[in-house]
Design a protein around this ligand. Structure first.
Ligand code: GUN
Ligand code: ZN
Length: 428
């Protein structure tokens, strides 16, 4: 591969207020897959003018989406009809995850899972694997072939879970260490310490997760927090000395600026303050929260408390791999809480904002020079109704708004990872 140009309507979201848009724009991609230059075509430096160009015309060229909370072993179990979180986990989820002790199953699933991410325009993710090392090996080995910036970890879970997915505190610690050794820092891959949630971990296991984090400062730690009332009650019973659910994780040294807490719907002010002061991130998963009836996350209250909030699909509790559909649901949940997010805010969350939550914002998430060329091409007129709706759009903001509210995987025309095209829509 040599250096080349991508042409089109170039759009990225450098902060939550800004839509940076070049109607006729260009990105110069190096042979190594990094962004050398981006801006309006008329300002393209002369030395790049003769490069081969992939011209996407009027299509929108944006940074790849980033999904900061998704479960690989739930890749096909969307729409499992649970009554609530704990019923859904015990009746459907654990049995499906148990399949991932078989490395052939895990390998096949990893190809499908990563292909689905790319077909939805998602170029990076933070992923919960199953409790089996086989699932992590399978996922990382395929992600490595695709050059993806992927963060993933073996789920640690030693209590309140059935045979087939339950580990032990010591085994989860040893497995995590072996996986860190094998994968962390290889190409664009990073390991994440992944205790599932306080319900399925003993104090000993959470202590060992804290030890892993201490031994690997800056490594992502991902878990779930305060998603559902029955879950919160169980945690209070299991950890009677803790002030609240957040304090359980706090007491094992699990809060901090590389810690991602999925959901965080029913937090007290005291918990929010503690999350904010430690720099911990909340990852909002709106399609999962509405599907499982978990509650309406208050985006404004969390942001006002000073917490950095990411936005994720939470497949398979979530109902769509599409970050567009996820943004639309996030918008609706915010509206139900009486708050109207801006368009820049939602797109920023799904791209650079999520990258910043994962501490990879210096490498991906926007078109700044030196970042990886993780790029998607979108068609805001992919369906009949979108074509008619776009007739009413008078500016880029409205084009982006209707794309967010009506778009999904059909909107994705191409996905580039580190400068290589890894997905192309069959019909464009
Ligand atoms: N809490 C613990 N495990 C899970 C999971 O797999 N999905 C969701 N949505 N919440 C969880
Ligand atoms: Zn989850």
């Amino acid at each position: 591969m040599s250096d080349f140009l991508i042409l089109g309507q170039i759009i990225d979201f450098p902060d939550a207020e800004t839509i940076r848009h070049h109607k006729k724009g260009a990105i110069v991609v190096s042979a190594a897959g990094k962004i050398i230059w981006s801006g309006p075509s008329r300002k393209l430096p002369k030395e790049y003018a003769k490069l081969n160009a992939l011209d996407h015309g009027e299509s929108l060229v944006m940074p790849g989406f980033i999904d900061p909370h998704i479960h690989f072993p739930q890749y096909r179990m969307l729409a499992a009809p649970g009554k609530d979180l704990l019923d859904w986990l015990t009746r459907f989820t654990f049995a499906e995850e148990a399949q991932f002790s078989d490395s052939n199953h895990a390998q096949r699933a990893a190809k499908i899972f990563l292909s689905l991410l790319l077909a939805n325009g998602t170029t990076s993710a933070s992923v919960f694997c199953s409790s089996h090392v086989e699932s992590v090996d399978a996922l990382f080995s395929i992600a490595e072939q695709f050059d993806m910036m992927l963060i993933a970890g073996k789920t640690m879970m030693d209590v309140n879970a059935p045979d087939g997915v339950r580990d032990t505190a010591r085994q989860s610690y040893d497995d995590s260490n072996a996986l860190i050794e094998r994968w962390h820092g290889k190409q664009r891959l990073q390991y994440a310490i992944t205790p599932r949630f306080a319900v399925t971990s003993s104090a000993e296991q959470l202590q060992l997760a804290g030890d892993l984090l201490k031994a690997n400062p800056g490594m992502i730690m991902q878990t779930h927090l305060s998603e559902n009332h029955a879950e919160i009650a169980m945690v209070a019973k299991q950890f009677p000395k803790a002030r609240d659910y957040t304090d359980v994780y706090d007491s094992f040294g699990l809060l901090g600026s590389s810690s991602l807490f999925g959901h965080g719907i029913h937090l007290s002010d005291v918990e929010k303050t503690r999350l904010a002061e430690t720099g911990s991130r909340i990852i909002h998963c709106p399609t999962s929260n509405t599907f499982l009836g978990s509650g309406l996350f208050n985006l404004k209250a969390a942001s006002d408390a000073g917490i950095k909030v990411g936005l994720a699909t939470d497949i398979g509790g979530g109902l769509s791999y599409s970050m567009l559909a996820t943004m639309a649901e996030g918008y609706k949940v915010a509206m139900l809480n009486g708050y109207k997010p801006t368009i820049a805010q939602m797109y920023h969350m799904a791209t650079l904002g999520n990258a910043e939550c994962l501490n990879i914002g210096g490498n991906t998430g926007s078109f700044d020079e030196g970042k990886w060329a993780d790029i998607i091409v979108l068609n805001p007129q992919a369906t009949h109704i979108q074509r008619f709706r776009q007739q009413l759009s008078e500016n880029i903001k409205d084009t982006l708004f209707s794309l967010m509210m009506l778009g999904d995987d059909r909107s994705i025309m191409a996905t580039y990872v580190a400068g290589k095209r890894r997905f192309r829509a069959a019909v464009s």
